[in-house]
Design a protein. Sequence first.
Length: 219
Amino acid sequence: MRGKKKAIGVRASRPAKQKRRSRKTLIDSIVKSATEEFQRYGFAGAATPEIARKAKVTETQLYRCFGSKSNLFRETIFKPLDQHFLNYIKQQNAGDENNSSISEHSKRYTTELQQFLTEHSDMLMSLIVTQKYNAGSGYDLGSISSFNTFFEHCAVSMAERVKSQPKVDVKLMVRVTFAAVLGCVMFKDWIFPAGLASDEQIRAAINDFVLQGISANYS
């Protein structure tokens, strides 16, 4: 037929077929995307369509892997933070020396605690925001099993070092101490404006504050 010529030796190009991702790869991609969203917007603010888009999966695939937004939050924020606390307790137990002085123990405790909270501040903030703005989610710091185990460990450790009767119950004291360190770390940029003190000076001031508080409790 006129006007039509058959191309010789030329084949129409086809788009390369994308390699099918494994279930593990899909889950890892979703978790990475969800972690960023939950840390940035909290449980209520994070949107599963956006999480799926960034993970390059469909929302159907997301729910097929995790079942619900609540389960996804548990896997990406709640569960890892719980494991981090368990690991921290193990490290504390491994390096715990009952013959160390209360001042030595306090300094090591607050130094390591500041580092731990700094490393996981995004996860903690996400839980705090979730508890504040989505009370029905069931996720809060008190629900983390290792969180209470952490306090119990600290209370026992302190009681073993100081035999005298404290003014404030040890179980309460360790929680107040933790709250002080947590506040200084989580809201560092608000509390300590630029130029006020160096990071090293701030860490040292927190250590001194905790030690003086513990010492006063037994004086």
